[in-house]
Design a protein around this ligand. Structure first.
Ligand code: ADP
Ligand code: MG
Length: 542
């Protein structure tokens, strides 16, 4: 309880509600730092090609096996507010760059660990924050110097392969990289002024378990995880004219609860006939508009199914809204609500619509679309867990390719750039002098956590590796990084370990910002037992 004691024997004044917890000064700082470091330690062992996977079991018993930093942190139920801030780092990284989540978190943890040492040596947190900011700005400037600009497909494939290394999909990385490059290239837009952009959402992914990863394919069109509603319909339609309807094809229910009293059998027959007639009318309208395929977002009545089949149409029901939109975009069709309004120029076009058996059930493929700005990828894998992790690896790979293609700048990985930056920053620190120098040196040391962890995870001696790495960089071998497969150091350029500049830049920036944010806190005031109250809505001035 917070009590302010007044002079002169006045009664104490309570400024905070009863039950409020308050931790101040050094202990607030060390608590926060400890929590943040704990989060970083939790994902550390997954970093790099030799990183291990984690198995996460939620309260419902569902299992996720992954190597992906962001996924691990998302699945972990973390309470501590400072720990949550570290998770934000991973989220930001994932959203902007698709990769480098573990690296960002590990760097943030290391920055905080090194600040702890500085605080012990009586360097004030504000000085540390200032030094870290200077170092981070400098590092970002220097990154440009170490980057090369390339956008040829081979390099893009190498970027994807680097992102896939160490994941369970690693064994088939060349195969997957190829799919990813083709997918990004087919949806990528290049303006006349050289500005490039990729809308990742134009790459639709369908997962299907059963079969092997090698059965995964890229389809120039759209895949729907659906089957035709009636077995009497054709299995495949060439030169498809597709009606996209977002309302149910069934007899309209009355809004009010009405009862119809039927007194003789002929009335019943007439009543049913009427209903049938209505549905038949709808199908006729579809038919006369020229449609030979119907994709309905809602249900299709049994009787309507029968008439559709009789009219030789191929129909799918309960398509996802996102699929409807993708179809509209790819086929040039318009989504209509009322079939009465359907005109022939509302119909979408595709060279072929067909149903194929994939694994143990059917899927519908819509290919040869005129506006094929969207492509689909079908991911296959032995079991659900394999397919799920493959999906995450695929997202990373497609993401980094799109980032590399948009920006056109790449760096060598394997800790090479971190080692180079570390060296540059130590030289820079000398010029700054004072206590900030200590902070910049700590920052320089913290970046080496990447090569150090890469070698640790590969079962190598981290101290030896860092010594060898520093030696190589001192000799001007600026692209040397950790040889995680044979030990020692090697040229990452030759080994084709390449990553987008944006991934590294963002990792350094968000790790620094978060470390600074945590360091500036010297007072934690927490209300009791308001579950679910997180850090949301709190402002930190930086
Ligand atoms: P993140 O979540 O940070 O992307 P990863 O587990 O994907 O973590 O590991 C990324 C790190 O592994 C990067 O520093 C990258 O340069 C490095 N790396 C990838 N492939 C290799 C390789 N063949 N040799 C050495 N380092 C590699
Ligand atoms: Mg990665």
């Amino acid at each position: 309880m917070e009590v302010v004691r007044m002079y002169g024997g006045q009664a104490p004044i309570f400024i905070l509600k009863e039950g409020t917890d308050r931790v101040r000064g050094k202990s607030a700082q060390s608590n926060n730092i400890a929590a943040a470091k704990a989060v970083a330690d939790a994902v550390r062992s997954t970093l790099g090609p030799k990183g291990m996977d984690k198995m996460l079991v939620d309260s419902m018993g569902d299992v996720v096996i992954t190597n992906d930093g962001a996924t691990i942190l998302k699945e972990m139920d973390i309470e501590h507010p400072a720990a949550k801030m570290i998770i934000e780092v991973a989220k930001t990284q994932e959203q902007h760059c698709y990769d480098g989540t573990t690296s960002a978190v590990v760097i943030a943890g290391e920055l905080l660990k090194r600040s702890e040492d500085l605080i012990e040596q009586n360097v004030h947190p504000t000085v540390i924050c200032h030094g870290f900011r200077l170092a981070s700005e400098r590092a970002v400037e220097l990154l440009e110097k170490h980057s090369t600009s390339v956008t040829d497909e081979d390099t893009l494939a190498e970027v994807a392969k680097t992102a896939l290394t160490g994941k369970s999909a690693s064994a088939v990385k060349a195969f997957l990289a190829d799919i990813c490059v083709r997918a990004v290239r087919s949806v990528g837009i290049e303006e006349d002024d050289g500005e490039r952009s990729v809308d990742i959402d134009d790459i639709k992914v369908e997962k299907r378990q059963g079969g092997s990863i090698k059965g995964s394919t890229l389809i120039d069109g759209i895949i729907l995880d659906k089957e035709r509603v009636h077995s009497g319909m054709p299995r495949s339609v060439n030169d498809a004219k597709i009606a996209l309807v977002n309302s149910a094809i069934e007899v309209k229910k009355t809004e009010v609860d009405a009862k119809i009293q039927i007194t003789d059998p002929s009335m019943l027959a007439k009543f049913l006939e009427e209903e049938e007639g209505y549905l038949k009318g709808l199908v006729d309208k579809l038919h006369t508009s020229g449609a030979n395929v119907l994709v309905c977002q809602k249900g299709i009545d049994d009787i309507a199914q029968h008439y559709l089949a009789k009219a030789g149409l191929f129909a799918i029901r309960r398509a996802k809204k996102s699929d409807m939109e993708a179809l509209s975009k790819a086929t040039g069709g318009r989504i209509v609500t009322n079939i009465d309004d359907l005109k022939s120029d509302d119909l979408g076009n595709a060279a072929k619509v067909d149903e194929r058996k994939i694994g143990d059930s059917d899927m519908v493929f819509i290919t040869g679309c005129p506006e094929a700005k969207s492509v689909s990828v079908l991911l296959r894998g032995g079991t659900e867990h394999v397919v799920d992790e493959l999906r995450r690896a695929f997202d990373d790979a497609v993401g980094v390719i799109s980032v590399a293609w948009e920006d056109g700048s790449v760096l060598t990985g394997g800790g090479s750039v971190m080692a180079a930056l570390s060296r540059d920053l130590r030289i820079y620190a000398e010029g700054v002098g004072g206590r900030e120098q200590m902070a910049i040196e700590a920052f320089a040391g913290a970046l080496e956590v990447i090569p150090r962890t890469l070698s640790e995870n590969a079962g190598l001696d981290p101290v030896n590796t860092i010594i060898e790495l520093r030696k190589a960089h001192a000799e001007g071998k600026g692209t040397y990084g950790v040889n995680v497969f044979e030990g020692g150091v090697m040229d990452m350029k030759e080994a084709n370990v390449i990553e987008p500049l944006r991934v590294v830049e963002q990792a350094i920036q968000s790790a620094t910002e978060t470390a600074v944010m945590i360091l500036r806190i010297d007072d934690v005031i927490s209300s009791k037992a308001v579950s679910g109250a997180g850090m949301d809505g709190m402002d930190f001035d930086m």
